[in-house]
Write a protein that binds this ligand. Sequence first.
Ligand SMILES: *[C@@H]1O[C@H](CO)[C@@H](O)[C@H](O)[C@H]1NC(C)=O
Length: 325
Amino acid sequence: MSWSTLLTACVLACAPRLAAAAPAATALPSYVTQFAPLSYLHSTEQYQPADVATYLTHMQPEVGMSATANSVTFSTIGSLSSSTFLTSKDNIEDLPSWLNGVKPDSTGLTSSPATIIAVEKSGGIVDAFYFYFYAYDHATYLGLQFGDHVGDWEHSMVRFVNGVPQDISLSAHGGGSAYTYNILTTSSSGGRAVTYIATGTHANYATTGTHQHDLPGLDDHTDAGTLWDVTKNFRGYWFDNSTQTFSIAGGAGAGASVEAGEGVGWLNYAGAWGDQQYKLLHEGQYCITSTECKYVSGPTGPIAKNLGRTAVCQKEGSCTIETSL
Ligand SMILES: *[C@@H]1O[C@H](CO)[C@@H](O)[C@H](O)[C@H]1NC(C)=O
């Protein structure tokens, strides 16, 4: 028998057995949704939550700015090299409408599922990561567009100890802040932390107002604009840190109905989720310094956000957990 015949025979004979042997999905603990943050997008936000599935239909994988395939799907993305940039097939300067995502309705529901990943750790700890995805990050600096990128992954993480929410970290510009959980709850939030998402950059904050980051004048703005309740529509997963593997945990809304069919391979993708920084000659590109440009490279995905962290913060070296706002 040739290898291919053997393989075909095995695919036919083994597939039902493999499917039967797959472990039943373990649901996320109820406290993961009960204490999920309630997040407010800015009232002027243009780039609303996006569905990863929709996004992929507009992308092709590129390495060194050359396409390695003309499309990407949930079943192919997991095997792409980490030097890949998912790259828009449309000219971003034309602002294609899929960049806009879908604004949540008055109940906090958007048709763009969030991604929730839970990680069990020793000491009764479960870290629940609430991932927010957007198709575009738009920033302005002194009236110029600055640091824009295609694809935008942000997250908050709640650390539960024996099912009780203890601390929360909020991502912002590759870093972020951390707080004891209870100081982010309000009298009307039903015990849930309330967070605010900055216009355009989607950085996460604990308060409304102006937040300076990086350079003076480079500010983020938050307000209690549009509620996004991620528990209404999400794809849920477990991440086993000892084996570095993901498994399906069920979800809610549209996310729950699609995630089993999509599989978990996409979460292993370690490349970039958006276009590589355009060269200076590219349409629309300009740079303020040698590195600080209108268009920069897209971000990495959930797997690169230190899911196995011991400290509460993504950057563990300097992790201060604030006890007041
Ligand atoms: C998760 O796994 C990584 C890599 O093996 C390890 O460095 C880290 O300490 C683990 N985290 C926890 C909380 O055990």
